[in-house]
Structure formats: structure tokens, C-alpha cells
Write a protein that binds this ligand. Structure first.
Ligand code: UD1
Ligand code: CA
Length: 459
């Protein structure tokens, strides 16, 4: 059994933010949520998050989390942030009875793969180490603690970047901030830490010379250990994550055209033979069915798109679109809208909480809000459901095979039956029964041989 401790008490001064560093968003989740998720698969018996700076916020964000993949966590407060070693010292009263291993993760190292943690843990167990430290050879090691090992991979020392001599800085092997400790061994020496360094902090890394044996394990992909200390690191981590997600989808049979211009959150799910065109962004709990083509220029958030559907230059949020439907160009679907199969929702059409039956069309310049449309309905250009009376929203219902003429206004609450035709320019305020034509506009009058008198005629 292993317990996990996540260091999340630091302020993250270099972020220059009012938010604690670990609550900064990296794609679909915060940094600390990502760290939590990475350790779930090793099935820890306990997960303890050490909080300090704005600890209330960190605690709240993890407690309010609706994500089922994140296990329940315990919180331990580090009142003053006197360093990573001081943070782990706070565990002493909480882990008095604990005699197993402790995995320590930095809350600002969010890209670890679960396999990497497993490899670290397995090496720790096999060699019966007191401590096992994840390391990497970085092309640019600036800012990281440097790891010094003997010929057999046993760690002799970790020196923080700012405490390194020029010669020590030449070492590119760095501390990832991910450690596996035998807790009884660590607990015993934790009180001995001293703060005699440039920052006058208690460094967790200073336990190395006090433990034996301490081994280093190199990570396969050094990009996993990127630590976030400033906004530039955050952007770098985002790019790494995006490349990972996109490479995985391409390997799974999805075509991405100009992948650099596309973003896909790791919560999105795509089927084979989906084609994503440039400048398209897929977020949240979004799924896209096989054969669908999304983009160019679309944003889809928390929405389900069926198979063989196309979405062109459009925005869809919190909505469902079935199969063989064409959305866009320039459509906006939101607020739990549902569009059936073989539909067309086209140029400058906005749907809000609208349900559209199969084979229905709204191809141009419409607002359909709080509306239910049957099957094979045709919405003429410029049709508007006037759903808001200034106080409340009201519903519009349009039966199967009904057609609205151009520029008609349906003043809700109102129900059109089946096979209704609405004449162009009508303002419909009362219900219309099946098989009817409704004309609700003033009749055209023409005065023959009539001309506006010009000012010259008056002189
Ligand atoms: C730390 C390591 C460094 C390693 C790097 C990897 C130490 C002394 N140094 O440096 O060797 O290469 O991580 O990313 O450990 N924290 C607390 N309480 C504190 C101080 C920090 O909880 O009093 C938390 C922070 O919130 C953060 C993590 O510990 O999540 C790391 O702290 P940070 O100050 O970023 O350490 P680094 O300088 O990056
Ligand atoms: Ca850091």
C-alpha cells in the first residue's frame, strides 16, 4: 500500500497571480487535479494534499469537483510556506501509525503519465530503497534541482539551481519533484532538515544525504516532468498536452488538418474517420461520431455530434446533433438544443433550447429559442421565435411538415399544428390548427398614378 502526498501550499509568486499556482487551469482541469489524476491508477490508500497559500480555495476546488475520476482527498495545512521539506514535515502528526511507502508529488508538475509513477514505484520496491527519485535529462535544465549520482545510479546529492556552482550547472540531470519514500525512514530524519541555503527554506531534497539507499529513475519522455513556475511554463505544458492528445487521436484513426491550429481537450472523444479541419476547438465532454467533418473554424463544447454530420464555421455548446446533418456556416447552437438527423441548420441561425425533428431545415437568418419543431419542418429565412415577453421565456411548438414564410415572427407561447403554412412577414400570436394557412399581416394596398410631391412643385 502506498500513500500519496501532493505539495500544493506554495503561492507561486512567479505566476504573478491572485490565484494559488496549483489552481491555474491547464486545458480541462487545474494543475492539482491533473496531479491527482496521474496517481489514481496506483490505487493509493490515502491521498493527502498539503495546502497553505489560499488553502481554502484549493480545498474548495477539489471538494466541489464533479469529476468522478478524482478520488477523495485529505487536507493538511502548512501555515507558513517554509519550503518543500517543511511541507512534508507537516505530515508527521498525521502519519504516525503509517509504516508503508509515501509517494510525494509536486502540485505544479502536471504532465506525469500513470505508467511513469508505476515504474518509479516498482523500482523503489524491487530495490528496497529508502528513497527513489524521478529524474530527467533536460536540454534546458534552468530552474530545476540538479541530481548527482554515483556510477550505480545511487543519488549522492541534489543541489537547487540557485545554489549550484557554475560547474554543477553543467549537469543536465534534474529532479522532477516526484519521489517515493519509505515513510518510516523519511519520518525519522525529517526533523533534522536545516534551512541553510540561498532561500533559507527547508528543502525536501536535503533528505538525500541522510537516507540510504537513494536511487534515481530516469523518465522516458522528459516532457512529462515539466514544472510550472510561470505563465510561459503553463503555455509550454499546454502545448505538450495538446501534442499528446492530438497524436493519440491521429493514431486512433482521426484526420487532423493542420493540427497546430486545432485544440482538443483530453475530455473529448472522437470516433474513427472523423475529420477535424483547421482552427477548430473541441472542449469539455464532447463526442463526435464516425465520418463527421468539423471545421474549419468551429468551437464545440460539451456537445454530442452524431455520424456523417458536418459543422462549418459554427459554435455549438451543451447541445446534441444527430447523424447526417449539416450545421453552418455561421450557426450557433446552445442551451441544450437538440437537432435530429438529415437536418440543415445554416447561415446565421441561432438555436437556444430548441428541439428540431429529423429532416427539418432552418437555413438562413433565424432565432429559434425555447422551441420544439417536428419532423420535415421548413423554417423560412428570417423566422424568429419571440420567446421573451420582457419578464418570462415562453415556448413555441411547430408541428410536422409545417413551413414558416420569410420574416415571420412567432410570438410565444404559441403552437402551430401539423402541415401549417405561415405566410411571409406574418406575426403569429395565436395557435394555428393543422392543415391551415395563416396570414397575419396587413394587406398590400396600391394607389395607381401616385407620386410624392417634390419641393419644386410647391414653389
Ligand atoms: C522543486 C525542487 C527541485 C525540482 C523542482 C521540480 C525543492 C527544494 N526543489 O523546486 O529540486 O527540480 O521542484 O519541479 O524541493 N510547496 C509547498 N510548500 C512550500 C514550498 C513549496 O507546498 O513551503 C509546493 C509548491 O506549491 C509546489 C511544490 O511544492 O507545488 C514545489 O515548489 P516550488 O517552489 O515550485 O519548487 P521548485 O523551486 O520548482
Ligand atoms: Ca516548481
Amino acid at each position: 500500500m502506498v500513500a500519496v502526498a501532493i505539495l500544493a501550499a506554495g503561492r507561486g509568486t512567479r505566476m504573478k497571480s491572485d490565484l494559488p499556482k496549483v489552481l491555474h487551469q491547464l486545458g480541462s482541469c487545474t494543475l492539482v487535479e491533473r496531479v491527482l489524476k496521474s496517481c489514481v491508477s496506483i490505487q493509493p490508500s490515502r491521498i493527502i494534499v498539503i495546502v497553505g497559500y489560499r488553502g481554502d480555495l484549493v480545498q474548495k476546488s477539489l471538494q466541489n469537483n464533479s469529476n468522478d475520476n478524482i478520488p477523495t482527498v485529505e487536507f493538511v495545512e502548512q501555515k507558513e510556506q517554509l519550503g518543500t521539506g517543511h511541507a512534508i514535515q507537516q505530515l508527521l502528526p498525521y502519519l504516525q501509525e503509517f509504516s508503508e511507502d509515501l509517494l510525494v508529488l509536486n502540485g505544479d508538475v502536471p504532465l506525469l503519465r500513470p505508467e511513469t509513477l508505476k515504474q518509479l514505484f516498482d523500482t523503489h520496491k524491487e530495490n528496497q530503497n529508502s528513497a527513489t527519485i524521478l529524474t530527467a535529462n533536460l536540454p534546458n535544465p534552468k530552474g530545476y534541482g540538479r541530481i548527482f549520482c554515483d556510477a550505480n545510479n545511487f543519488v549522492t546529492q541534489i543541489v537547487e539551481d540557485r545554489d549550484c556552482t557554475t560547474a554543477q550547472k553543467q549537469n543536465h540531470r534534474v529532479n522532477a519533484g516526484v519521489y517515493c519514500f519509505s515513510w518510516p525512514a523519511l519520518g525519522k530524519i525529517l526533523p533534522e532538515l536545516k534551512a541553510d541555503n540561498d532561500q533559507q527554506e527547508y528543502y525536501l531534497t536535503d533528505v538525500v544525504p541522510l537516507l540510504n539507499p537513494v536511487m534515481a529513475v530516469d523518465v522516458n519522455d522528459y516532457q512529462e516532468i515539466v514544472g510550472i513556475n510561470n505563465r510561459k511554463h503553463l503555455a509550454t505544458a499546454y502545448d505538450i498536452l495538446q501534442i499528446r492528445v492530438k497524436d493519440d487521436w491521429m493514431a486512433a484513426g482521426v484526420t487532423l488538418i493542420n493540427p497546430d491550429s486545432i485544440t482538443i481537450e483530453d475530455t473529448v472523444s472522437l470516433e474513427r474517420d472523423v475529420i477535424i479541419e483547421p482552427q477548430t476547438h473541441l472542449r469539455g465532454q464532447t463526442t463526435i461520431g464516425t465520418g463527421s467533418r468539423i471545421g474549419p473554424g468551429s468551437l464545440i463544447e460539451n456537445s454530442q455530434i452524431g455520424t456523417n454530420t458536418s459543422v462549418l464555421y459554427s459554435v455549438i455548446s451543451d447541445s446534441v446533433v444527430a447523424d447526417n446533418t449539416r450545421i453552418g456556416p455561421y450557426a450557433h447552437l446552445r442551451g441544450n438544443s437538440q437537432v435530429g438527423s438529415h437536418c440543415r441548420i445554416g447561415n446565421f441561425v441561432e438555436l437556444k433550447k430548441a428541439k428540431v425533428g429529423d429532416r427539418s431545415n432552418a437555413a438562413h437568418l433565424s432565432y429559434l429559442g425555447d422551441a420544439t419543431l417536428g419532423e420535415k419542418v421548413n423554417i423560412g429565412a428570417g423566422t424568429i421565435t419571440a420567446n421573451y415577453d420582457g419578464v418570462k421565456k415562453h415556448h413555441t411548438k411547430i408541428g410536422d411538415r409545417s413551413k414558416t414564410g420569410s420574416n415571420s415572427v412567432l410570438v410565444a407561447p404559441v403552437t402551430l399544428g401539423e402541415d401549417v403554412t405561415v405566410a411571409a412577414g406574418s406575426v403569429v400570436t395565436k395557435d394555428v390548427e393543422d392543415d391551415s394557412l395563416v396570414i397575419a399581416r396587413s394587406r398590400q394596398t396600391v394607389r395607381k398614378s401616385w407620386r410624392l410631391k417634390s419641393s419644386e412643385d410647391n414653389e
